[in-house]
Design a protein around this ligand. Structure first.
Ligand SMILES: C[S@@+](CC[C@H](N)C(=O)[O-])C[C@H]1O[C@@H](n2cnc3c(N)ncnc32)[C@H](O)[C@@H]1O
Length: 218
């Protein structure tokens, strides 16, 4: 599969702070995963019982916190936004977090080409870009094909957790998972592990209602 022509992320520029630039130069190679055909995602963390793919880690503050709170799990953060990855890298270095690795790639492309089938214990998709206008809906990462793709990549009984603060996107997500017979699940209460990110905080301040979904691969 080629990289999707309908990008689900926006190109926001690559300007970084001095500390981020320094961290990228000094520490990126230690924490980044090079994507090639030999990638065995479930073998990255040999000492962890589970591997979770975090799609769109943003500025990484929630990812870092979740990983610190769950030291038995390995997290692979996939994000396109370089300053966001650099911000997460800084958090990893400052807090000596050993259960996060990072990939700079389009998550759909990564899943389709480099993640072995039935290899993931879970996927976090926290606040995917909502693409609210009708003409932008094709850019939403959750599409029928995406749901089918992750069904292949998750182990049996593995899960995807999705959170969104955009109600029309929540309806859109529900329809697409309800239409796919590989999954069971639906709307769940906010789980205790899901810490507040800056992005979520901004939505809450605007009065947005957050919906959490958990679907399990049958
Ligand atoms: C709205 S932000 C939310 C970030 C973070 N999860 C949070 O809760 O604060 C969505 C992020 O997903 C990333 N993203 C969107 N589509 C992506 C894709 N196909 N592959 C990797 N990252 C993607 C964007 O670059 C953006 O940083």
């Amino acid at each position: 599969m080629e990289r999707p022509s309908n990008r689900s992320y926006s190109l926001r520029g690559n300007r970084m702070t001095r500390a981020q630039t320094l961290a990228m130069a000094s520490n990126w190679d230690e924490y980044a995963i090079t994507v090639d055909s030999s990638l065995k995602i479930n073998e990255i963390f040999t000492d962890k019982s589970k591997t979770i793919l975090e799609i769109g880690s943003g500025m990484g503050e929630a990812t870092a916190q979740i990983a610190q709170n769950n030291p038995d799990t390995g997290y692979v953060a996939v994000e396109m936004h370089k300053p966001g990855l650099a911000a997460l890298l800084l958090l990893i270095v400052e807090n000596k977090i050993s259960n996060i690795k990072m990939i700079r790639e389009d998550a759909t492309y990564l899943l389709a080409n480099f993640i072995p089938d039935a290899s993931l214990d879970g996927i976090h998709l926290l606040f995917p870009d909502p693409w609210p206008k009708n003409r932008q809906h094709k850019r939403r990462i959750v599409q029928d094909e995406f749901v089918e793709l992750i069904a292949k990549k998750l182990k049996p009984k593995a899960f995807i957790h999705i959170a969104t603060d955009w109600q029309p996107y929540a309806q859109w997500i529900k329809i697409r998972f309800d239409n796919n017979s590989n999954f069971t699940g639906g709307i769940v209460p906010r789980p205790t592990w899901r810490v507040l990110s800056k992005f979520e905080g901004q939505g809450l301040k605007k009065g947005h209602i957050v919906t959490d979904f958990r679907y399990e691969k049958i």
